[in-house]
Design a binder for this molecule. Structure first.
Ligand code: NI
Length: 300
């Protein structure tokens, strides 16, 4: 089957609003039928613990020994379910990314988060760019977050700190200063909770935010799990004035990193190279050139 064509176009007002506020909410980015398909596919991946051995599925706020996993993430779910490849969601998200970032925008990353019913833990406040490796580049990136159930404040929709996208990458720390936890959080001295905007979205709608927008999601207190699927896009990296240092990303020994390292050592490297080449379209010379520049600029 051919890849679907985009059927959502942002208006000039929506584009201007995104650049002014750092986020944008849209009521539809895919069809109800595709929402059903994505929900069942991703639910199966979580149930089957797809990618667990590879370190691609893990709890965001607890270690492996904590059995009450309440905030589970799968990195690159498309690696475990080919039906996620050619979706209306992906077609629309790519077109929106090109409208917001420019024609050179390309897919950089994707993930799905399952927030359990009644006990789903909150997602800590953070800037997405603060998760990147410290290196000699700055990134223009956006995330397109689609819930697969109606996301209300009670079910853990996203919240944003007004105007934060215009700031630099702020100080972060590991949650509880625990190097075995995956998630980071923006240092609480860096922002004011009074500036938070709660952003409910219907299933199959989306919120789009810039890479430096401080955001979080509340706990899920409802009887239904909250499943969300995010696609991220970026422009080629820009050289930064100074080499950046994100000390919160140094010396991390989270459970997923330990499992991933072991998997790469057992021969996962070859598989990873093939997956990346496909996902980042490295067969395109311009795209390959960006990736090589990025690798060369990475901090030793
Ligand atoms: Ni985020």
């Amino acid at each position: 089957m051919p890849a679907p064509l985009p059927d959502v176009v942002l208006t000039a007002e929506q584009i201007a609003s995104f650049h002014e506020h750092g986020f944008l909410s849209i009521p539809r980015i895919t069809s109800p039928a595709e929402v059903e398909l994505l929900r069942s596919t991703l639910t199966r991946l979580f149930t089957e613990r797809a990618g667990w051995q590879e370190g691609a599925q893990f709890d965001l706020v607890a270690g492996d020994d904590d059995h009450d996993s309440a905030l589970t993430q799968i990195i690159q779910p498309v690696n475990y379910a080919p039906q996620l490849r050619d979706t209306q969601f992906r077609a629309n998200a790519g077109a929106i990314a090109r409208q917001l970032l420019g024609a050179e925008a390309s897919a950089s990353f994707e993930h799905s988060i399952l927030k359990g019913a009644r006990e789903g833990a909150p997602t800590p406040w953070h800037q997405d760019e603060a998760y990147r490796a410290a290196d000699a580049f700055e990134y223009d990136q956006i995330s397109i977050w689609m819930p697969l159930q109606d996301a209300s404040a009670e079910r853990g929709c996203l919240q944003y700190i007004r105007g934060s996208h215009k700031r630099g990458v702020l100080r972060h720390r590991r949650v509880n200063d625990d190097p075995t936890v995956h998630s980071i959080e923006t240092h609480p001295d860096e922002f004011d909770l009074a500036d938070a905007v709660v952003c409910p979205v219907p299933a199959g709608g989306a919120v789009i935010h810039a890479g430096r927008m401080i955001h979080s999601a509340g706990p899920n207190t409802t009887d239904e799990p909250r499943l969300a699927y995010t696609l991220a896009f970026e422009l080629p990296p820009r050289p930064s004035a100074t080499v950046r240092r994100f000390d919160w990303n140094e010396g991390v020994e989270s459970a997923d990193i330990i499992r991933r390292r072991a998997w790469l050592r057992r021969g996962g490297v070859a598989k990873e190279v093939v997956r990346r080449a496909r996902y980042h379209e490295l067969y395109k010379p311009r795209r390959l050139a960006f990736e090589l520049r990025r690798l060369a600029g990475r901090r030793k």
